[in-house]
Ligand binder design. Structure first.
Ligand SMILES: [Zn+2]
Length: 367
């Protein structure tokens, strides 16, 4: 194996990434080295790499890239149960293992959590980023075994590079107990999270999937996935709550997944909450920042829940891989646009144009 590799690094917030030649990292005794075949490119990256949000960037220059899939090429001396040649998705969720939440067995609540190759949630997340300093826009990265999802042959590396957003939608649906016969509504259904939520809801057996968004073409594509199970509404064409009740025997939905993004208006979310069935569960995964007025008495008397969910566990990633193995989760609907590593900045520019949630933009660092 060559001693040097190419890695796209952020040198200064807001500046294009630079392709640098760096040393290939060596896995520590309980880590593995993964040759990256695909890394996802997502809308939020430009804002994060621009340093415009609250997130804590790793020390610069930083190797970046969030959702990596590839092949294990080296294992540390103490690694068991995994082998060179295994195809894996690397869950970038890094935890400290020491805080009160980690010690209580709640790593998704870690108070020093970070995303490998992306950012820390807290100032003291930096230590986690230093432990795993390479992101997926590099030819090789190190990772810990507990973060690896084994990929069946049926899941391509390009598809697996979408697991971050798919998993975020999946975890939300699991905490809302979506299952066979569920009625579900998705706000922002045309986006990356929304399309993933639709594919997963179909796989989980939801029978009525109501989605609203703005992109008419993508809405039509979604409807075509399962015309007898999916209904779509162009925002502004009808009042959301009335439309939802109309498609749910006037009862409302069991589950509402809110994918509305940072900067969206809260009014659509509020309307959809009004058409939640008694006992229904709403989950926010879309980083909506605008304050939302709710009437707590209604949540009491009709036993509603409104909660948030952030990212997903490696175990949930493995469940998605298993669903995709047999086609229950149909990832063939995603349309991949793959860029070589040298064109990573072009990929970041394309995602900025918001091409819609079926488009799966990835970078292939091995070319
Ligand atoms: Zn922790």
């Amino acid at each position: 194996m060559a001693a040097a590799m190419r890695a796209a690094r952020l040198h200064e917030p807001g500046q294009p990434l630079r392709i640098d030649t760096v040393e290939i990292p060596q896995p520590r005794s309980r880590d593995v080295l993964v040759q990256v075949k695909a890394c996802g490119v997502i809308p939020n990256m430009n804002a994060i790499f621009g340093g415009r949000l609250w997130n804590h960037l790793p020390p610069l220059p930083a190797s970046v890239g969030l959702d990596s899939a590839g092949v294990i090429v080296k294992i540390g001396s103490e690694v068991t149960d995994l082998a060179v040649g295994d195809r894996v998705y690397v869950n970038p969720w890094l935890t400290c293992g020491m805080c009160a939440y980690c010690r209580a067995g709640e790593p998704m609540l870690c108070s020093a959590a970070a995303f490998q190759g992306y950012f820390g949630f807290f100032p003291h997340s930096i230590r986690q980023l230093m432990d795993y300093p390479f992101g997926g826009f590099s030819e090789y990265i190190t990772a810990s075994p507990q973060r690896l999802v084994l990929l069946p042959q049926q899941v391509t590396f390009d598809q697996a590079a979408r697991f971050g957003y798919l998993g975020t939608s999946f975890a939300a649906m699991r905490c809302a107990q979506v299952g066979g016969g569920s009625w579900i509504a998705i706000n922002g259904i045309t986006g990356t999270l929304g399309v993933g939520a639709t594919l997963l809801a179909l796989g989980l057996g939801a029978t009525r999937i109501l989605g609203f968004g703005r992109n008419r073409d993508v809405l039509a594509q979604l409807k075509a996935l399962a015309p007898d199970r999916i209904e779509v509404l162009v925002l502004g064409d009808a009042p959301i709550a009335d439309w939802m009740r109309q498609h749910t025997d006037q009862l409302g939905v069991d589950v509402f997944i809110d994918c509305s993004a940072r900067g969206a208006v809260a009014a659509n979310t509020a309307e959809a909450l009004a058409a939640l069935k008694r006992g229904g569960i709403a989950v926010n995964i879309g980083a909506l920042t605008e304050p939302l007025a709710i009437q707590p008495i209604r949540f009491m008397t009709t036993r509603l829940q409104f909660r948030g969910s952030n990212w997903f566990t490696t175990g949930e990633g493995q469940l998605m891989a298993e669903m995709a193995r047999v086609g229950v989760l149909d990832l063939s609907k995603l349309m991949t646009r793959a860029y070589p590593l040298a064109q990573v900045n072009d990929a970041l520019a394309e995602v900025q144009t918001r091409p819609g949630g079926f488009v799966n933009i990835v970078v292939n660092p091995d070319r």
